[in-house]
Design a protein around this ligand. Sequence first.
Ligand code: RB5
Length: 146
Amino acid sequence: MKLAIGCDHVGIELKPVITEYLEELGHEVQDFGTQSDSRVDYPNYAQAVAKAVVSGNCDLGILICGTGVGISIAANKMNGIRAVVCSEPYTAKLSKEHNNTNILAFGSRVIGSELAKMITKEWLEAEFEGGRHQNRINQITELEKL
Ligand code: RB5
């Protein structure tokens, strides 16, 4: 798969670790920054990754900030994005199976790199189950029109 990745200055150390891990798993990664620890605003990176996913240029996205909260909230403002912030693998897996999440967010101040890798793997390997869950996704999509 082709994955979009982005972070703010707080996620700058975790981003290369996850990028390398994704490449080890055989995925292609497009990096949307940031590239230094200079203070930046996470909505810009959320927007870049979300656009790459919504446009179809990338299959899925990963976002990292201090808690994963701000960057996932920002991504979820974009139509077609279902971003989940996770600090354990169960939610990551179910968020794909039931909610068809297309962006995974982490808090680099919340979890370590090994847990982040485990969460990433669960999320990538999980598959959307469709059926009754698709009806609910359709309802979420309708909310985007309000
Ligand atoms: C930046 O200080 C911090 O607010 C940001 O990384 C993130 O945690 C926001 O949700």
